[in-house]
Design a protein around this ligand. Structure first.
Ligand code: MIC
Ligand code: SF4
Length: 648
């Protein structure tokens, strides 16, 4: 067996392990973050259970920590009190980024983890089978329900050789993105192995597992070996270590091989993580801003390497250079080594240990600016500046861009760090006391809500024949950032669906909301008549369920696409939106915006084909990959309705 199958088998609650078939997994740990967490905890509350049933439920505050008015702090207070009431562990704003903190403090080899953030698979770096999901799916996992996914195929990524010169772990995952694209991982787990994998430390593995999300993968997994043990020892929890590996004769669905010694520093160019080029080809391009941090590259070693480069140098005065450590632990380790002073002396700006510029929560680049970031996503407009050009690079490439004020050929960067790099990290100061553990009995804790926290909406069942209008027609690889933009102002509305719905598609089509309202004057609660038509990989990127829930609030009931990203597809189901797929790819051309479609919803069967009548243009076949349980959820008007009906 491969390692993925071993962990799945040990957690299998239902289904059989045939690729594509639905399985249910017992979930050991859950995590939420503030931007998706308010909905997730409201939904958990709506399930009516007194306490979470998962072994560990973390509630992190890391995305929107700016607190520009009452909205964020109110959300944070809600999350703190809800965690105490229902048995979650609360991580206050500024403690660090959920994935970095989870890796350092809670993730364990062989466990399962579901988190309401698409980069939850970061914990795959420590051999934890971890997956991103919408908030409602996580609420169900907190309630002890199995997490349902299509059984993934398993791709073996065989790493040979070792990283040389200035090449870093980031370049390994950028190379995979270059080869496989942002949809190359849909329905797959990437399981890493080989002599090259053994040379990587846990934080380096975590960088790779983190950006498996950009491939669209369900999860990424490294073995648990001596490097894992060394990392856990440094974090003061060697007791969590177990050795885990694939059997020597393990079988995989397919394989990718990478010779690490042949890699060179790479950059993902605007505006997609798979537009990858060698950094050398960008030489000469002026860089206005450098950001070092995010859940991809904010570990102690990442920041230390940047600090070593910047030590004794001055960042280019025209290059605004921001550092956001992944956790207070990483920051304290930097401080112990004297690296905070080195960075400050170089002219770096220190930000809070949080997501910050990665989600457009501060740190927007100048107009038309070039920003070199150690982050994982460079979607158009995500930085907060509509016409900025964001390049995704390693910490080394970012630090050199800060020094030089432009990209330069790595051949000119001088002596690279001595290899091999250590696979362990220095002993870290414990920050365990900063997490707020819940009382044994939280039943008398008052869950405090501010005025921005709106009540959950109830949607009607979806039955009978449906006639609706194509409200928008989109191309390929539309991200959830296109559907439901983030940034400090809009993020502040995450607990208020009617308010945030005003921003759906606002960065790509300012007329969408008005058209959706015209198609469904009664809105989502009254049913709705809106349809979204899209190309391939619709809804890639984040796990934010608002990208399904807010369109549903506006009356969207069907998405008809060439293909869909995994988490967004699950979120559509959770909120009762029917995801259909063109049987003939060319039929996409036959459904223009404004078209009226008639869909016999009562005839939809799991995996079956229905004929959609396009008014004035004949009929087109559409299929689906829904399980019977998912179809029942859609017919019930969403997962909350279905669960409530099942319990009554
Ligand atoms: C992201 O990186 O896009 C986010 C912000 O972390 C999202 C979650 C969210 O939108 O709240 C994600 O990756 O799931
Ligand atoms: Fe935060 Fe960015 Fe990571 Fe999302 S990708 S969790 S916004 S640091």
């Amino acid at each position: 067996m491969n390692l993925t199958h071993k962990i799945i088998r040990a957690h299998l609650a239902c289904g059989d392990m045939t690729p594509g078939g639905e399985i249910g997994l017992r979930i050991d740990q859950t995590l939420t973050q503030d931007a998706t967490g308010t909905m997730a905890w409201l939904q958990f509350e709506a399930l009516g259970l007194p306490r979470v049933k998962a072994e560990l439920a973390l509630s992190y505050v890391d995305h929107n920590t700016l607190q520009m008015n009452f909205r964020n702090p109110d959300d944070h207070r809600f999350l703190r009190t809800a965690a105490a009431r229902f048995g979650g562990v609360f991580s206050p704003a500024g403690t660090g980024i959920c994935h970095q903190l989870h890796l350092e403090n809670f993730a364990r080899p062989g466990a399962t983890l579901v988190g309401s953030d698409s980069h939850t698979p970061t914990a795959g770096g420590i051999a934890c089978l971890s997956m991103g999901a919408g908030g409602l799916s996580v609420a169900l996992a907190m309630a002890g329900e199995p997490y349902r996914i299509p059984m993934p195929r398993v791709t073996r990524v065989w790493l040979e050789g070792r990283l040389e010169g200035w090449t870093q772990a980031k370049d390994i995952i950028l190379e995979l993105l270059r080869r496989l694209t942002v949809k190359g991982g849909v329905g797959r787990v990437f399981e890493y192995g080989g002599p090259g994998a053994a040379t990587l430390s846990v934080p380096e593995r975590a960088t790779i597992a983190n950006m498996g999300a950009e491939l669209g993968a369900t999860a990424s997994l490294f073995p648990s070996d001596e490097a894992t043990r060394a990392f856990l020892r440094a974090m003061g929890r060697e007791r969590d270590w177990v050795e885990l590996a694939a059997d020597p004769d393990a079988v995989y669905d397919d394989e990718v091989r990478i010779d690490l010694s042949a890699l060179r520093p790479l950059a993902a160019c605007p505006h997609m993580p798979d537009r990858v080029k060698p950094v050398a080809e960008l030489a000469g391009l002026a860089v206005d801003q450098v950001c070092i941090g995010s859940c991809t590259n904010s570990s102690f070693r990442d920041l230390e390497l940047a600090a070593r480069i910047l030590d004794g140098r001055r960042v280019n005065p025209g290059t605004d250079t921001l550092v956001s450590p992944g956790s207070k632990q990483a920051l304290m380790m930097l401080e112990q080594g004297g690296w905070v002073k080195a960075l400050l002396n170089a002219g770096v700006r220190f930000l809070e240990c949080a997501c910050g510029p990665c989600i457009g929560s501060g740190g927007a680049p100048v107009s038309g600016g070039v920003s070199a970031r150690t982050f994982n996503r460079n979607f158009e407009g995500r930085s907060g500046t509509a016409d900025a050009a964001v390049y995704l690079v390693s910490p080394a490439a970012a630090a050199w861009a800060a020094v030089n004020g432009r990209f330069t050929d790595p051949a000119t960067w001088g002596d690279a760090p001595a290899r091999p790099l250590p696979t362990d990290v220095p002993a870290a100061p414990s920050i365990r006391h900063l997490f707020v553990f819940p009382p044994e009995d939280g039943s008398d804790v008052d869950v405090v809500r501010g005025p921005n926290i709106a009540a959950l909406e109830t949607f009607p069942a979806f039955e009978g024949a449906f006639e609706g209008r194509v409200t928008i027609r989109l191309g390929d690889n539309v991200t959830t950032d296109h559907i439901m933009p983030a940034g400090a102002e809009i993020l502040a509305l995450r607990s208020n669906v009617p308010a945030i719905a005003e921003h759906v598609f606002s960065r790509v089509d300012k007329g969408f909301v008005a058209r959706a309202r015209a198609a469904s004057p009664e809105g989502g609660a009254g049913g709705g008549r809106g349809i979204i038509v899209a190309g391939d990989n619709y809804g890639q990127g984040s796990s934010r369920e608002h990208a399904a829930l807010a369109p549903r609030h506006l009356g969207i009931r069907v998405v008809l696409a060439r293909s869909l990203a995994r988490i967004h597809r699950a979120n559509l189901v959770n909120f009762g939106i029917l995801p259909l797929v063109f049987v003939n790819r060319d039929d996409y051309e036959r459904v223009p915006e404004g078209a009226i479609l008639r869909i016999p919803v009562e005839s939809v069967t799991p995996g079956g084909i229905v004929n959609i009548e396009v008014e004035g243009a004949g009929s087109i076949p559409a299929s689906n990959d829904l399980s019977a349980a998912e179809l029942a959820v859609i017919r019930a008007g969403g997962l909350l309705n279905a669960v409530r009906a099942g319990r009554s």
